[in-house]
Design a protein around this ligand. Sequence first.
Ligand SMILES: N[C@@H](CCC(=O)N[C@@H](CS)C(=O)NCC(=O)O)C(=O)O
Length: 236
Amino acid sequence: MKKMHQIKLYGMASPNVRKITIMLAELAQPYDFHHVNVFRGEQFTSEFSQLNPNNKVPILEYDAEGSRSKVVIFESAAILIHLAEQFGQFLPTAEPQRSNVLQWLMIQACNMGPMMGQLNHFSFAARQDNDYAFARYQREANRLYQLLDAQLAHAPYLAGEEISIADIATYPWSLYLERHGFERDQFQHLCEWQQRMSHRPAVVKGMQAVEQTEAIDATAFASASPHDRDRFFGLT
Ligand SMILES: N[C@@H](CCC(=O)N[C@@H](CS)C(=O)NCC(=O)O)C(=O)O
């Protein structure tokens, strides 16, 4: 493993960013948090685009031992895999365990994230006159919560006996369960797993890391001008 120095995390108070604050806490790595005010368009500056041409957080940046250039990684699942491999934790190297972790990580990154991101939009930002879209994404969220619940019925963690980056990626998104309109008692195994995860000191620390930022983001969203909102929703 090459030592990582001056770790910097670009983020906001969001589930994709919390995956990384939890992972860094699990790995006991200190880092500087650089808040990106996405409601003011800070993700669209040319400096930011050079870090992530997809204009989204999180981004991980650090100095690698023995290298002059900075390492920059975007996409939360790619960051989790990179960190897991750097530290040799939360992603087994042996098969089939490795593929088992990666498939559940992809369920989060390629299914939960995009579908529930849309459900958040049609639940909290654009509910009015969007019954069809809202119902479609709520059905899909229900299907995914059921999938996780069924998987967690026969193992303590998503990929089996050991916690992995699949759990770290899924936990912050799973916390939307009730806000997405579902009852906790319909998802007993998922909720027991949430409890298990929430008792880990690193999960507590990782969630707390963006608590102050949450208030700043909420105020920024509430006070965003119509132009800011349109830019954020990709309407301009
Ligand atoms: N697939 C990306 C999604 C990243 C993403 O959607 N980030 C949100 C915050 S959670 C963001 O930067 N939103 C600002 C925008 O879309 O302009 C990942 O997992 O990193």
